[in-house]
Design a protein around this ligand. Structure first.
Ligand code: AMP
Ligand code: MG
Length: 408
């Protein structure tokens, strides 16, 4: 039996390096940029107006006062999309729209709201400062400078930024090919007819959804009875085609827990089996060439915890994430918790926002129980110890990826 830290470290050490591919920006959300993106152009591309107003030469307005205004005659209009090739001569002005190019000679824009017009002239009662309301070429990004460093997570904002630079493709790290295999002769698909002694399979749908939340569609999802021949055949296929194989059920010490033995027969090297934690003690981790294999004990709370604490980081590391683990922080405990002297506990909890922010451990923590997962958005991580954690104490919290969405 190893500790949670050792388990995480072994997984990290065995994680294969990320692989690159080119993606359309429309398909790159949530992926990690695998190249240093250098700006192919200046941003802004050209000097342009920040406001709807009048473009003028600041010099012309130098002497303008309320008593002795300067009149600039309005020659025309420059709108967004115009090539801006007209020239602004002394004593003249053009109407200009937001985003329209600053025409030659112009060096300031007076906002429309502040303009006073008389007889087709702009009446200036004060000098306009050079540069007023002008967005200068390259003031944000200069052509060929580093615009987006390798390792950046691609958010909707990043996609907007790449699009601004005219890019519709970007080099990213690949998602892993994942297969999901559930075993258990007692399992029935939800919606199916339940015969005596059978239960519904909660894990397959749950982990499929967890993967979907990461925008990953496992390419192979199947459920089998505890029949070694069948499981072996399926394993062989999954091991050939996947970067990560997730097996659920059958890794414990029961007479029908065949998974570990069969994996070894298939050439998978066991890296660890059993972690001093609750839930999920019989967690299995193995490797065959560059392919990772996780075996979860079948209790739903174990599956859920093992997925988020161990597989979620492994998948994200595979995808090039620099911070692959669940977001962690320390929050005030609402209630008290009794640690286990031997094992780390992952307590399903709910983060309470607002003034008196804290974390509330939920009811029904046993590994065969699942109802608390409807409210859970985090784990309180309780290190093995004899000392009770008291109300108000700051505790380590691992937030689940959907914790920040405020949907729970
Ligand atoms: P196992 O790890 O196969 O020994 O299973 C441990 C416990 O989890 C048993 O009570 C199983 O019936 C239950 N279990 C296993 N797989 C699932 C599943 N897919 N959905 C719900 N419960 C399961
Ligand atoms: Mg079983």
């Amino acid at each position: 039996m190893i500790s949670c830290e050792q388990a995480l470290k072994l997984i990290e050490e065995n994680n294969p390096s990320p692989k690159e591919e080119e993606a359309w920006i429309s398909a790159a959300l949530g992926l990690v940029c695998a190249e240093d993106v250098r700006a192919p152009l200046d941003l802004p591309l050209y000097d342009n107006s920040a406001m709807d107003g009048f473009v003028l030469r600041s010099e012309d307005t130098r002497t303008a006062t309320a008593e002795k205004p300067v009149l600039l005659s309005i020659r025309g209009v420059v709108k967004a999309g115009d090539d801006g090739r007209v020239r602004l001569d002394e004593g003249k002005t053009y109407r200009i729209m937001t985003g329209a190019p600053i025409i030659k000679g112009g060096d300031a824009v007076l906002e429309k709201e502040k303009a006073f017009i008389q007889d087709n002239c702009l009446v200036m009662t004060a000098p306009a400062q050079k540069g007023r309301n002008i967005r200068y070429q390259a003031e944000e990004v200069k052509k060929s400078e580093l615009a987006l460093p390798k390792g950046s997570v691609i958010t909707p904002g990043t996609i907007g930024f790449l699009a601004t630079m005219g890019m519709n493709r970007v080099t990213v790290y690949k998602k892993p090919a994942i297969s999901l295999i559930t075993t258990g002769s007692e399992l029935t698909a939800p919606g199916g007819l339940l015969r005596p002694g059978k239960i519904y399979d909660s894990n397959t749908a749950m982990i499929q959804a967890a993967l979907e939340e990461m925008r990953i569609r496992p390419f192979f999802v199947r459920r089998f009875h505890d029949v070694p021949k069948t499981i072996q055949k399926v394993m062989r296929f999954a091991l050939k085609e996947s970067d990560i194989v997730i097996l659920m059920g059958g890794v414990s010490v029961g007479d029908y827990d065949f998974v570990k033995g069969l994996l070894e027969e298939e050439g998978v090297k066991t890296i660890f089996w059993k972690v001093s934690q609750k839930p999920g003690k019989p967690l299995y981790f193995g490797r065959k060439e560059n392919r990772l294999v996780f075996g979860f004990p079948g209790n739903p709370a174990s599956v859920f915890t093992c997925f988020y604490e161990y597989v979620y980081p492994a998948i994200r590391r595979f995808m090039g994430y620099q911070n692959p683990c669940l977001f962690s922080s320390r929050l005030k405990l609402k209630g008290s918790l009794k640690p286990d002297p031997e094992k780390v506990l992952f307590i399903k909890s709910k983060i309470e926002n607002g003034e008196d922010k804290g974390v509330l451990p939920l009811r029904h923590q046993k590994s065969h129980m699942i109802s608390s997962l409807c409210q859970a958005d985090s784990f309180v991580v309780v290190q093995n110890s004899e000392t009770v954690l008291e109300e108000g104490e700051k505790v380590l919290v691992h937030a689940l990826p959907f914790a920040s969405e405020g949907v729970l």
